[in-house]
Design a protein around this ligand. Structure first.
Ligand code: TNX
Length: 531
């Protein structure tokens, strides 16, 4: 009797030592089995990477050193050897795509993924284990992890039009997303206040449309004051960013804002806008910011722009916006009115639908699929394989899935990180005051309203950072983004039944905020110290 009590006590205490060593992984993995003991990392550890991920070698090496203090040499190979950290692709693994298995034993570390992105996801978990507060430097606790994402789309959008962020800032942003197993960076490259992507067939889009202030075609706006403000990325730079993201397992979806939010376009090329008998303003108070849908030449222009985008971005989708179009503009434009009459339309949403059907054809011509904001569902049908971004609320996502469209849930009320995080902080307020806890509470699949087939059309979640209020040091971008993106990553990755705020908050504050600091992120703390 006494002996068995003793054994139980020993067993419980060993359990508690295992449990005490929290790994604090964000997003929470599907299955983690910890064992007692740890792999001792050699002072310079040999890393073996599968040939298929050789392109990511530099990233793997640098990130291990920066985030976990591990020195390494990297060699390509396809077998796991003793005392090494090996990253191998095994397409035959019985795991969902992007899944991985990680095992740490006394022989070393083996990360196996079903795909290159699976391996990179396993790599991020390894980095997090090595940088958990409870884990002793120079050791990796014995563990077996099996993990895969809940959603195939885990994205984040950054608006580089209202404020311009240079290439380095964008690359840092991509690094931080990768650290959270996010897989899409949605690059909002054009808007009223600046066109940011070089288009060789339309050079004035950046020569003129990327600049505002004295002597420029665009008025000063959003904190740029009365000085010249702006910037853009050359095609070369964009291709470099795309490759940089690819090495980190992130795809880049570009967005071209059409037909609204286009003041930068019409300022550079006035003929693209409508010739109106009366001036009307968009929601943001802009005039002349809409493409003329009745001007035939505009579709040729769009063809060249979309062609050049397709040459810069290999991703399957090109996002062509469609939000907040000031359609009143078309009511005062003779060419648009003539088109309406010819087509027998009774309202301007039909005209908008006409525009998107033509744009979809151009996008298809360049072997891409179209994505757009939820408004493009108005006024008629669009192509069934067009991807819808439901930003105005969850009901818009439900409507989109019910119409049979693949849908990304990006509700402003939870996942717009330009929203202020408390009453006293800076930021937009129109959708909600959104702190990390509120963002975390978002559930993308409304099971009561959708059939199981419709639920499958919800491909994932995304956050957005619009930059009207980011006219502060670049670090305000970080303050608005983190730790809300850490919360978003768990919504997109972890199982619904594993979502638990207290548990997440524990992992966040015990280890993860320090990881964010190691990455160099000026995140918002608890309690906040407002910038
Ligand atoms: C709405 S969301 C917009 C943006 C603004 C944002 C501010 C969307 C598709 N359009 O143009 O920047 O609100 O929160």
């Amino acid at each position: 009797m006494k002996k068995s009590i003793l054994l139980i006590a020993i067993f419980l205490s060993s359990l508690s030592t295992i449990q005490a060593q929290k790994l604090d992984i964000i997003p929470k993995p599907v299955k983690v089995e910890q064992k007692e003991g740890a792999f001792i990392i050699p002072s310079t550890v040999q890393i073996i990477v599968d040939k298929k991920i050789q392109k990511s070698s530099d990233y793997i090496k640098a990130s291990l050193l920066k985030n976990a203090g591990i020195n390494s040499t990297v060699t390509a190979g396809d077998t796991h050897k003793k005392n090494t950290i090996s990253f191998l692709v095994d397409e035959k693994m019985s795991l969902p795509n992007e899944g991985y298995k990680l095992s740490v034993t006394k022989k070393g570390v083996l990360v196996k993924g079903k795909s290159v992105s699976g391996v990179l996801n396993g790599f991020q978990t390894l980095v997090q284990i090595c940088s958990a507060k409870d884990v002793k430097k120079g050791t990796i606790p014995f563990v077996k992890i099996e993990d895969y994402p809940r959603f195939e789309w885990r994205g984040m959008m950054l608006d580089v039009s209202r404020q311009f962020f240079d290439k380095q800032t964008v690359e840092n942003y991509i690094d931080w997303l990768a650290a959270h197993k996010m897989n899409v960076f949605h690059w909002h490259l054009t808007d009223d206040n600046g066109w940011r992507a070089e288009i060789k067939s339309m050079p004035d889009l950046t020569k003129k449309g990327a600049w505002r202030g004295p002597g420029e075609v665009l008025l000063p706006s959003y904190g740029s004051g009365n000085k010249r403000y702006g910037g853009f990325y050359t095609q070369e730079e964009i291709k470099e960013v795309v490759a940089y993201a690819q090495d980190r397992g992130i795809s880049i979806m570009p967005e071209i804002e059409i037909p609204g939010h286009s003041r930068a376009v019409t300022a550079a090329y006035p003929e693209i806008g409508c010739v109106t008998t009366q001036e009307t303003k968009s929601v943001q108070g802009e005039v002349k910011n809409v493409w003329c849908v009745g001007r035939e030449e505009n579709y040729q222009i769009l063809d060249s722009i979309i062609r050049e985008f397709s040459e810069m971005f290999p991703f399957e989708y090109i996002h062509v916006a469609g939000d907040e179009v000031n359609r009143a503009n078309w009511e005062h434009c003779p060419k648009c009115k003539a088109l309406m009459e010819k087509e027998g339309y009774t309202d301007t949403f039909q005209l908008q639908n006409y525009f998107f059907k033509r744009v979809e054809k151009i996008v298809e011509k360049y072997h891409r699929k179209t994505a757009g904001w939820n408004e493009i569902l108005k006024g008629g049908e669009v192509n069934p394989n067009t991807l819808i971004f439901a930003w105005q609320g969850i009901n818009y996502g439900i409507e989109s899935a019910k119409k049979g469209h693949s849908t990304i849930m990006i509700p402003g009320q939870y996942l717009y990180f330009d929203m202020a995080q408390s009453e006293n902080e800076r930021g937009h307020r129109w959708a909600a005051i959104t702190d990390t806890k509120r963002a975390y509470s978002f559930e993308p699949i409304p099971t009561d309203d959708l059939t199981s087939d419709e639920q499958k059309l919800i491909k994932g979640v995304q956050g957005a950072l619009w930059s009207e209020y980011l006219d502060r040091p670049t670090r305000f971008v970080e303050y608005q983004s983190y730790p809300r993106i850490s919360a978003l990553s768990e919504i997109g990755w972890s199982k619904k039944e594993d979502k638990n705020w207290d548990d997440f908050y524990g992992r966040l504050t015990h280890s993860h905020l320090q990881r964010l600091a190691n990455l160099g992120i000026a995140f918002r703390d608890f309690p906040p110290t407002a910038i």
